[in-house]
Design a protein around this ligand. Sequence first.
Ligand SMILES: Cc1cc2nc3c(=O)[nH]c(=O)nc-3n(C[C@H](O)[C@H](O)[C@H](O)COP(=O)(O)O)c2cc1C
Length: 335
Amino acid sequence: MTQEPLIAFLKPIELPGLTTTGNLFLAPLAGYSDAAFRSICIEWGADLCFTEMISAEGIVRDNAKTLELLQRADTERQFAVQLFASEPVVAGRAVRKLARHRPDLFDLNCGCSVPKVLKSGCGAALLRTPERIADIVRAMRGETDRPVSVKLRSGWDHNTINYLRCAESAEEGGAAMVCLHPRTRSQGFSGSARLTDLKTLKANCSVPVIGSGDLFTPEAAVRTFRESRCDGLMFARGALGNPFIFTAVRQLLEKGQEDAPPGPRLRLETALRQLEQTVRFKGELRACKEMRKHFCWYSKGIPGGAELRARAVRAQKVRDYEDLVERFLTTGSFK
Ligand SMILES: Cc1cc2nc3c(=O)[nH]c(=O)nc-3n(C[C@H](O)[C@H](O)[C@H](O)COP(=O)(O)O)c2cc1C
């Protein structure tokens, strides 16, 4: 059987009121997908980036820390805001309040398995009451003309795999797109993503389906497209310290091969650029603290990276990071 050209997988996602530039997205990543990281991912070819999950309750209450998660980079032409909520009324109010931030898409988190979130009936807890997903999406839709998507896991646990029912409920409520991380809540991040779930969802869903899960390499992206026929992909852990993955996937799909992976210089200089962006949004002290975890990801796999990481966790100023990188790149180590 002849396979269609890889380039055929690259396409915009057409939603009512929103057409994306393409179908390679940055997933919502709590603690990571802030405006600075999103802007770097856009530079490297991400078509649409999701904010980390944001509490609808926090928005309604004008919680300052919650509102800060709505910072948006100048280069974010399209802006996707992910909310977590358990009450339709609260979700609707949050969406109404967010109009002034001009999001292009709202997403409802139905996959987070953090105990605190589950306790409040949000995130993956919604998988246990699929009909509630329709109620929440409907309430969100009632307050905006922007499309609403939902992000699901396969089910609560292996005895209750119900992503089809949840997606159906989302569609009933008016969702324009469904994203699936095909693991159950009880799996967390263990085992591997079940591409068969993604394939079944795509075959049964009338709105675009976006696949998430184990997208660590361009080859994994091709495999996910091929095996599931999903409409687009959402990169999560595979993009941490590696915004280059968007370019690499695009190259593989367009030309059948990717360029050599970025070397230590490009990786570390990109980390510094992200730091610079983070300073713009959060000030130097906080940026330097928050950048430590990103820096660890950027230096992963670089020979001598362990020493670099050990030193980066003590960096307090931009200058400290710059000195570290410069010394590492000129001497190759700290010995
Ligand atoms: C650190 C971290 C934070 C995450 N935060 C969110 C989040 O805020 N909202 C969400 O829907 N999913 C979140 N996820 C799940 C990812 O979006 C993604 O679906 C999951 O990691 C599977 O993709 P991967 O195997 O390619 O990493 C998070 C995952 C990680 C590792």
